[in-house]
Design a binder for this molecule. Structure first.
Ligand SMILES: Cc1cc2nc3c(=O)[nH]c(=O)nc-3n(C[C@H](O)[C@H](O)[C@H](O)COP(=O)(O)O)c2cc1C
Length: 264
């Protein structure tokens, strides 16, 4: 697969994966893509933990479930989320950013049709008053998505914990920033290699939001204090390239010579 094709065809895969392990050669290729990531002073600060056994998956699945239930009770989190939630595909395409509500929350059947005027208005009202959703959260509304996502984590053929070894910090005041940048590049290299092999990847951020959860992960997986737990990825083969996504037009973020100048 051509690089540009991999970049534009890659999607976040939030659905199920095929029930088979990642082939050794495909996994080696994803790791090789990670290995060749650029980093400041070539410090190569990454360490990856590949989790194929059920014990580790269980720990991460349980933490994910717990974290999502808590998020549904967190007014600020829900409010911040609502800003980036689109009710239906038309709104999403028009905006060119954010995520589709239905991709992230299993809506009750009655509310599934975000294009319908009545359900659309109900959803809009809910998002506008996202804080009030915490009441639903306290009544256990987060339990369904939490269970769904944790099951996906548990059932994924492969989980990868991406960590950054801060002992490998490059010199200079900006050292930590440059290290973080290269960690992003590492992850993108992995995503693109995975895409080229028909492997879907999803970020699972919920169990890494809170320091106490990251500490639990550190303890279970023998990750030293010197290592930042950056992200959790779940990977597996996908049967079809079904994921949709949107982006802003390049004119929204490209400037010529000075910010605000849109003509070259
Ligand atoms: C750092 C980071 C964290 C993310 N966390 C999550 C997550 O927890 N759950 C999820 O479904 N997607 C997550 N995503 C995926 C984004 O939602 C996704 O990249 C964006 O909506 C664009 O969609 P696309 O990747 O399919 O083009 C994350 C992406 C990044 C870069």
């Amino acid at each position: 697969m051509d690089v540009i094709e991999a970049i534009t065809q890659r999607r976040s895969h939030r659905g199920e994966y095929e029930n088979r392990p990642i082939d050794e050669s495909d996994l080696s290729s994803v790791i090789e893509a990670a290995r060749w990531t650029p980093s400041p002073f070539n410090v190569q600060p990454w360490e990856l933990i590949l989790i194929e056994k059920s014990e580790g998956k269980e720990v991460l699945a349980n933490l994910t479930e717990k974290a999502i239930v808590e998020q549904f009770k967190d007014a600020k989190f829900l409010d911040d989320n609502s800003v980036w939630m689109c009710l239906n595909e038309t709104e999403w395409q028009e905006r060119g950013d954010g995520v589709l509500l239905a991709d992230h929350v299993t809506l009750p059947k009655l509310l599934e049709d975000g294009t319908n005027k009545i359900t659309g208005n109900i959803l809009k009202g809910l998002l506008k008053h996202a804080k009030s959703l915490t009441i639903l959260g306290h009544l256990g509304a987060g339990k369904i998505p939490a269970k769904d996502i944790s099951k996906q984590v548990r059932d994924s053929p492969l989980l990868v914990l991406v960590t950054m070894n801060t002992n490998r910090r490059p010199p200079g005041e900006g050292g930590t920033r440059w290290m973080w940048l290269s960690m992003g590049m590492l992850i993108q290299n992995m995503l693109l290699a995975a895409t080229s092999h028909g492997i879907g990847v999803q970020f699972v951020s919920a169990p890494l939001e809170k320091e106490s959860d990251r500490d639990e992960i550190r303890e279970h997986f023998n990750i030293p204090d010197t290592h930042e737990v950056m992200t959790l990825l779940r990977l597996g083969y996908i049967s079809s390239e079904d994921g949709k996504s949107v982006r802003l037009d390049s004119s929204e973020f490209v400037h010529f010579d000075k910010v605000g100048n849109k003509d070259n």
